[in-house]
Ligand binder design. Structure first.
Ligand code: HEC
Length: 142
């Protein structure tokens, strides 16, 4: 094999790799739009069902099966208070991760999801999953 052929093969392989990366990005499930006009985040919804619905309910209105066992009722997540008329993305991300403790700095009824997600997905991917959850919540605002 000449040096040139090797170069060509390498270039082809590289192009295939790029094409593959692009198609995997594009093959995300099609976006649907929820009432709020924000695209629904499919991964976020899946995570919500897995981690949050037990307390917040599958429709996120705060009436999941575990809600009764808590001292404090889980929030209705379809009505998150806006800040300056906008969905408070960063605040919600921090509430989910546990960087912002709710109420007092003492105990909180909601688990610290940052720790759980980092354990399950690793630190980088946990941040992405918190983002997905937040986008999902944004999409279901009433
Ligand atoms: C063990 C029950 C429980 C689970 C599971 C749970 N939460 Fe909560 N969550 C609560 C409670 C209770 C509150 C009310 C605030 C408090 O704890 O003082 C709350 C509050 C919140 C708030 C603040 C809402 C507001 O308007 O300020 C957000 C956002 C939230 N939860 C998101 C989530 C997400 C996302 C998940 C899943 C990753 C989740 N919660 C899982 C119990 C839970």
């Amino acid at each position: 094999m000449t040096k040139n052929t090797t170069k060509k093969i390498m270039a082809t392989l590289f192009a295939l790799l790029i094409a593959f990366l692009f198609t995997s990005l594009l093959s995300e499930p099609p976006l649907t739009f929820a009432a709020s006009g924000v695209p629904a985040n499919a991964e976020g919804r899946k995570l919500f069902m897995q981690y949050c619905a037990t307390c917040h309910g599958s429709d996120a209105r705060g009436d999941g099966p575990s809600a009764r066992t808590l001292k404090k009722a889980p929030a209705d997540l379809t009505k998150i208070e806006k800040v300056d008329g906008k969905f408070p993305t960063v605040k919600v991300q921090r509430i989910i991760s546990g960087d912002d403790m709710l109420e007092s700095h003492g105990s909180r009824d909601m688990p610290i999801w940052g720790t759980v997600l980092r354990r399950n997905y690793g630190p980088g991917f946990a941040t992405l999953q918190i983002y997905n959850l937040t986008r999902y919540l944004e999409s279901i605002q009433q």
